[in-house]
Every structure is written in C-alpha cells, then in structure tokens.
Design a protein around this ligand. Structure first.
Ligand code: NAP
Length: 371
C-alpha cells in the first residue's frame, strides 16, 4: 500500500499538492497507523501560518518548501512492531494530513503512549501524546467527530477562563462593571471560552465578529452582547476590560488598545484573520501577552493534582459537548469530506474563512474502497 500526503506550500498556503509514496518497512518498535479521520479548523491554519516561527512543520517533516499540517484525529494501528500495541487499536492524537503515518511509541501505559521519534523530542509533550480510545474517559464512539473538532480547542478555552478567574479577571466585574471582549467570537475556541465565562457571576462577555457571523454568535446565547468589528463605539471607552484575542488582527488589536484606556489585560490566543496578522509592538496599554496553556496546566497540576484537574476538565467537557450537540439547536454540525478532491475543497474553504461557522469539517484521505 502507498501513503497519500496532503502537502501545502509553506510560504503560499493556498498552493497544495497530493503526493503518493510507497510504504517503507517499519523499524524496530514502530507502528503504522491508518489516519481514519481528522478535524480541520482555523486552528490548523494557524499552525501552518506560524509553522516556521513555532515549529509546527517539525512534527511531520516534508520536502523542502512544503509542509504537512498537523491535525487532531483518530488513527487505527495497521501494523505493529511495538509490544503492547496491537493491530486494530485506535488512538486519538496529533496526525499529519495523510492517509497513514508511522510512529515510534515510548512510555506506554493503559492510557496511551508518547511519540518517541528523535525529531519530535524537543517539541511540546502535549502534541506527542496519543490516547487509547478504549480507555480514554473523553472518548465515546458517538461523539468522536465532536472530540476531534473541539477537544484541543475546548481545553484551551477552559484554561483561558480558569486563568482569568485565577487573576480575578484583572478587575473586570469587581464593581459590577466591565467586560471581557473576545475577537473571532464565532470561532470554536472563542465560543468555548464564552461558554465557560458565561457561568461566572458578574462577568459580562462581549463577542466581536464579522457581519456575516453575528447571527450565529447571537444564536449561541453565551455572549451577553455581540458586536461587529466596526461597532467598538457601542462600548464606552472608559470601561474596565480584558481583551482575549482569537483573531490576531493587528489593526483591530491596535484599535482596542487605543480606544479602551482601562484595558487591564490583553491575551493573545489565536490568529484566525490570517490575512491581517501583525506584530504587537508599541501598543498603548498593557503588553499583548501570548496565552501559554501548558503554564496554566502546570500551575493547576501543582495546586490540585493531575487527577483533580483531569476530573474538572472532563466534567466541563461533557457539559460543553451536550450543549454543542443539542439535537434541536446544535452549535456544531459535522460535515464529512472523504478522498483527495473533497479534502482539497474543504481545505480551501477553511483557509479562506468562508462558510458557516456552525459547520465542523471532518476529513479523511483514505480512499473510499470500491464496493
Ligand atoms: N494558543 C493556543 O493554545 C490555542 C489553542 C486553540 C486555538 N487557538 C487559536 O484560536 C483560533 C481559533 O481557532 P478555531 O479552530 O476555534 O477556529 P474556527 O472555529 O475554525 O474559526 C472560524 C472563525 O474564524 C474567523 N476566520 C477563520 N478564517 C478566517 C479568514 N481567513 N479570514 C478572516 N476570518 C477568519 C471567522 O470568525 P469571525 O468572523 O468571528 O472573526 C470564522 O468564523 C485559531 O487561531 C487557533 O490557532 C490557540
């Protein structure tokens, strides 16, 4: 069998190529997994946009100038040279946009394994961890598309809310006033954050979004107010506020820092506005600070223990999944795209930021077998 890789030109993300390579034999301890399906959201486009600066191209190295975008999804073991991992086992984790991949499991446990390939040793542990679906408390067969689409995003959302609460929201809500402002409010990571923030008493959450996505944001019910990017003047300039930035839009960030003299904290999480990204130097107000999720995990693990942290995350996750999957008014509607042509079209759509924010795109490069 051969492997299909969906490659993108690193300096021109709209240029893609499908490459087929023959399978090579496994080395000792390696496993070959079929990449069954994976989610594609703006988060993956951000991995690509920051591929060089933040090493996202290093997980699955490709030919010079080309990159394999990492994605979250599910793989099934097709061949195993690793005792303790059986053919047919299924793992959730960080895969390439490919039909198959080869990993080198180390530190096996009933929960899963860590990827031990030398080229990934210096990369963050969170991306090197693969969970056995059979024992993973976050996993259910019925919700696995939602899991691939939202799990890595929601963990970040939960941690942002926890971080802000841990800092007493930098004074927002202290005297019954002030707001937390979220950009790209229609993004999954932003609405996950709003879902958590909305459960806090006295915290008003304002979502900023593009005109086309206002109605969607309003329909979720987790924002107290939804404004277009050109409606910042609907908010009083002297209000106490915190900005949580998922858009990474340099002009919007400058406008917010300039307008709100009582901006207490500016938290940089994402870069969905991939055509308008830019530096944050010489801004009025607080320094725009990159949100580093592992730091909050480390702090809470030290304070609560890993088990308590895991339990809190699991309970929050289950409540979130129930809400987004509401049969009457779902926040997320999954769309499947199978085969190279469908993957290419879905990639172009997600890259362009077009389409319905309610859609969650699940992709698979495994060719559909002839009946
Ligand atoms: N730092 C971390 O640890 C971390 C973790 C998770 C996610 N994130 C980041 O959070 C951001 C959101 O990710 P997601 O996967 O949740 O996003 P998503 O659900 O795919 O977001 C879709 C929304 O993003 C905006 N958008 C997407 N592409 C665009 C384009 N080309 N031009 C303009 N707007 C575009 C639009 O929102 P609006 O119209 O509302 O602007 C769109 O509705 C990403 O940048 C991601 O990397 C960071």
């Amino acid at each position: 069998m051969s492997t299909l890789d969906f490659l993108v030109r690193r300096n021109q993300l709209a240029t893609t190529e499908l490459r087929e390579t023959p399978e090579s034999p496994l080395s000792e301890g390696q496993i070959r997994l079929g990449v069954d399906k994976f989610a594609l959201t703006a988060n993956n486009i951000t991995y690509a946009a920051f591929g060089d600066a933040m090493n996202y191209w290093s997980f699955y190295p490709a030919q010079a100038g080309w990159g394999l975008i990492p994605v979250w999804g599910f793989g099934t073991v097709l061949e195993s040279g690793c005792p303790g991992i059986a053919v047919g086992e299924r793992f959730y984790g960080y895969y390439p946009m490919s039909s198959q991949t080869v990993l080198q499991p180390v530190r096996l446990s009933p929960a899963g394994f860590s990827e031990g390939a030398a080229h990934r040793a210096a990369l963050h542990a969170v991306y090197n961890s693969y969970s056995r679906c059979a024992t993973d408390p976050f996993h259910t067969a019925q919700t696995e598309d939602v899991e691939a689409l939202l799990r890595p995003l929601f963990i970040t959302s939960w941690l942002i809310d926890d971080f802000l609460a841990d800092q007493d929201f930098f004074g927002v809500g202290a005297n019954g006033s002030g707001v937390v402002l979220l950009s790209s409010a229609s993004s999954k990571t932003a609405y996950g954050t709003a879902f958590q923030l909305a459960q806090r008493k006295g915290i008003e959450v304002v979502g900023l979004t593009s005109a086309a996505n206002r109605e969607f944001c309003n329909s979720l019910g987790c924002y107290h107010q939804v404004l277009g990017y050109d409606e910042l003047d609907h908010l009083t300039a002297d209000m106490v506020c915190v900005f949580v930035d998922f858009a990474g839009n340099a002009a919007l960030r400058r406008e917010i820092h300039t307008r709100f003299g009582n901006l207490k904290y500016s938290c940089s999480v994402g870069g969905t506005h991939v055509g308008q990204l830019g530096g944050a130097k010489d801004l009025p107000g607080p320094r725009a600070t990159l949100f580093f999720a592992p730091a909050q995990i480390k702090k809470r693990t030290a304070e609560w223990g890993a088990q308590e942290l895991g339990q809190r995350l699991l309970l929050a996750w289950q409540a979130f999944v129930a809400t987004v999957s509401d049969p009457v008014a779902p926040w997320l509607v999954v769309q499947h795209h199978s085969g190279p042509a469908a993957v290419n079209a879905a990639y172009a759509r997600v890259l362009g930021g077009r389409g319905d924010p309610r859609s969650g795109h699940m992709l698979s490069l495994v060719p559909i077998s002839p009946v």
